[in-house]
Ligand binder design. Structure first.
Ligand code: ADP
Ligand code: ZN
Ligand code: ZN
Length: 743
């Protein structure tokens, strides 16, 4: 006999409110997670419908009081069924409770009082606005915020206040000033409206080039003949992948179906958002991670009711409750942010493929540097590979020069900038062209250490180094612990204690020293603290209000600056030296994306890669812009060492505020694993990468196998054990399949 947990109202604030029913023998084959059923409910045995969210062999309640399910609702295509099946898929494959999985998939309804949104529009004629703009431009040091706003309002009828202030970075004082002078007006409206594109402006019409055309045609032909597939578009940077997506989207929408577009949060800039608005107008809705649960819920309601048919957003947009979903697009498919960092740690790529399978939809993955996972699947014929080899507007790819920093050192140059890079920078500054200098963030932060004995000052609550701040305090970036900077080393008493400046900061100083006249912008964790700090820096750079942009990986993400003709990768090695097996892949991606920033306009571009390891395959292949060659070497390495995608890893983390308990519990689980499967490849238990965080001790166990199901089986055994275990209730255990970061 089987027993089912049934949920009656999934818009309920408490998704964990389930009722237990008996599954009658004759229904056993038909009842599964997500299936809609009719049950007798309450005193009068009213027949109501509900959804099955769990199945088990042992009843949780007194069997004599349980009622049987009356019947299964046949051919139920309710979107709720689909989402619950999706939650079950996530729970099974990534590890979590059903409740956690449901909460991931279905947003909780929270009543909020109606919020009013402010909208900006012109209060004068278009001609008058043009005159105003011209006058503004003739003024020296005019407010660029006003310029941006006026330019935008000449193209768009109505602009959302949030878009203007946050994405377009117009200071609110600029807006108020224009309002006071009667040039614009601000209105409060209850619901969100998309920007209205001015009818007087014909949107830039793009005709797909041959490669784009044949890519789009192939996918559309498959859709027309009912073939649902997953495509991987491998297109060089600037090859016009987005135009291909939009062409296929239009086709799918004309068939009355809906589309989900996933874009990494950091690439969801004003330009990207506007590209979709300009093309699809009111059919588009945008999701972002800053929205409140209520706002998210509202967006999802609009999708469900058919108000919109395109949802653009980060990972969580995947769960948009479209009832007739035809297409899911995942742009920059290789981005690590597509994997959730909280339980359930699902990957959007695999989950999207499963959702598409449930909904009968197609999937398009796109990247200039596909993940090893996606490309190996394409090689195995599971995905259809489509290649775009040329840049959309026919520009050449940047030429790449590799500078050997060992030679540079030998010749006495100890600066972060090689002679060749300095020479090219001088040339570009002369020609009034722009430069991007790129430095990887990791390993170069300003932590405090002793130069005499090497002692690193650590947070007393976390197993991480403290960072020195401008105000003379030392801070822990994980828990916020703050103390005054010490004058002497607590370990050896030496007074040679200090911090190494973050690499970007040092680089900025060097550039200013070498080129005092250059206008330099720096973009890193420090300068982007504000909500939309990075948008502000990017739009300043885009408006050519600076000559050099220095930054971490944030600056390489898909930005289109036409005037950048030189990209310098100041230290290509930092990401190579990480212990993580992804380091080769990350380095290749970073270098390729960085090189791809150069020469996107009419002038050809040069990229300079500075490295201590010019012979490393990730450096060599990114310099020659040869993805396939990189892939072949990287996959051989993964195969040799049994790393994903050639094998699978299950990371298990056990944590507790009590160090002994964490150690004991991890040992108990390791024993259980060995008893369950004595041939499984097991590593640990050992301390996690950060062994202590916020006073919580963390131990990890890693399992490895080519068969994903074998790992899922062990996860299930552990889950059942934990449910019944009476000891060590103060420990927490969670799972991470094919982890992206070292646990
Ligand atoms: P990707 O996403 O592959 O990096 P985008 O789709 O962002 O490339 O396109 C890069 C630039 O080229 C954009 O400014 C886009 O408007 C332009 N573009 C794309 N396709 C064409 C085309 N067929 N003709 C002219 N311009 C194009
Ligand atoms: Zn010391
Ligand atoms: Zn701390």
């Amino acid at each position: 006999m089987k027993y089912a947990d049934i949920i009656i109202d999934i818009s309920h604030e408490r998704l964990d409110k389930t009722f237990e029913y008996i599954v009658p023998d004759q229904l056993e084959g038909q009842v599964a997670e997500g299936v809609q059923v009719v049950i007798p409910f309450g005193q009068g045995n009213r027949a109501i419908t509900g959804y099955v969210v769990g199945l088990h062999d042992k009843p949780e309640f007194d069997v004599t009081k349980l009622k049987p399910i009356a019947r299964v609702v046949k051919d139920s295509i309710a979107i709720e069924s689909q989402l619950i099946s999706l939650a079950a898929f996530i729970k099974r494959n990534y590890g979590s409770t059903m409740n956690q999985a449901l909460k991931t998939v279905i947003p909780i309804k929270k009543r909020e009082k109606d919020k009013f949104k402010k909208e900006i529009s012109l209060n004068v004629s278009v001609d008058q606005a043009r005159i105003e703009l011209t006058e503004l431009l003739t003024k020296k040091n005019h407010a660029v915020g006003k310029e941006r706003l006026l330019k935008e309002l000449l193209e768009i009828d109505v602009l959302d206040w949030e878009l203007a202030t946050k994405k377009l970075n117009v200071p609110s004082t600029n807006i108020r000033d224009l309002e006071k002078r009667g040039i614009i007006k601000i209105e409060e409206v209850r619901t969100f409206r998309n920007p209205h594109i001015n009818k007087n402006v014909t949107p830039k019409h793009i005709i797909l080039n041959e490669e784009q055309e044949s890519a789009a045609e192939k996918i559309k032909a498959d859709i027309d003949t009912g073939r649902k597939k997953t495509y991987l578009i491998h297109g060089v940077t600037g090859s016009g992948k987005t135009e291909v997506y939009m062409d296929v989207m239009e086709h799918v929408i004309s068939m009355g179906q809906q589309v989900i577009v996933l874009i990494p949060e950091i690439a969801l800039t004003y330009q990207t958002v506007m590209r979709f608005y300009t093309r699809f107008g009111d059919k588009v809705s945008i999701l972002n991670s800053r929205m409140s649960p209520g706002e998210r819920f509202d967006q999802f309601e609009r999708a469900k009711s058919g108000d919109v048919s395109i949802m653009v957003g980060p990972r969580s947009a995947l769960f948009t409750p479209f009832t007739n979903l035809g297409l899911i697009i995942i742009d920059e498919e290789h981005e690590p942010s597509y994997k959730s960092e909280v339980v359930p740690r699902y990957h959007a790529r695999e989950t999207a493929v499963f959702r598409a399978h449930l909904a009968g939809a197609s999937v398009i993955l796109g990247s200039a540097t596909p993940s090893l996972e996606a490309y190996s699947r394409a090689m195995a014929g599971k995905y259809d590979l489509i290649t775009l080899n040329r840049r959309a507007k026919g520009q050449d790819m940047a030429s790449v020069e590799v500078v050997d920093l060992r030679e540079e050192l030998k010749s006495g140059n100890r600066s972060m900038l090689s002679r060749r890079l300095l020479e090219l920078m001088a040339d570009r500054l002369n020609k009034k062209q722009q430069i991007m200098l790129f430095l990887n963030r990791r390993g170069l932060m300003g932590f405090v250490s002793c130069r005499a004995c090497g002692h690193v000052l650590k947070c007393p609550h976390c197993d991480v180094a403290l960072h020195l701040h401008k105000d003379g305090t030392m801070k822990c970036h994980y828990c916020g612990f703050t103390s005054m900077a010490t004058k002497t080393c607590p370990s050896c008493g030496s007074k040679y204690i200090g911090s190494f400046k973050a690499g970007t900061q040092r680089l900025e100083e060097m550039v200013k020293q070498a080129f005092p006249q250059a206008r330099v912008l720096r973009m890193d964790a420090d300068t982007t603290k504000g909500k939309d700090g990075h948008e502000e820096i990017l739009s300043t750079f885009a408006a050519h209000e600076a000559d050099v942009l220095i930054g971490t990986q944030m600056i390489v993400k898909g930005h289109d600056f036409a005037n950048v003709t030189l990209v310098g990768i100041v230290a290509a090695d930092i990401s190579l030296n990480e212990s993580d097996y992804h380091s080769g892949e990350r380095t290749f991606q970073l270098l390729t994306q960085a090189v791809g920033r150069a020469g996107r306009g009419s002038e050809p571009g040069i990229a300079v890669i500075q490295t201590y390891q010019p012979d490393n395959y990730a450096v060599v292949t990114s310099a020659s812009q040869d993805y396939v060659s990189f892939y072949e070497q990287e996959i051989a390495y993964r195969r040799l060492l049994s790393y994903p995608p050639c094998s699978h890893i299950l990371g298990i983390q056990v944590s507790s505020a009590n160090q002994k308990d964490a150690i004991n519990q991890a040992d108990i689980l390791a024993d259980l694993i060995k008893r369950t499967d004595n041939e499984i490849n097991i590593l640990g238990p050992e301390d996690a990468y950060i062994g202590k965080l916020k006073d919580v001790y963390r131990r990890v166990i890693y399992l490895r196998d080519t068969d994903y199901r074998r790992l899922v089986y062990i996860k299930d055994v552990i889950d059942r054990f934990l449910l019944e275990q009476k000891q060590y209730r103060n420990t927490m255990t969670w799972f991470d399949f094919d982890p992206i970061n070292t646990l």
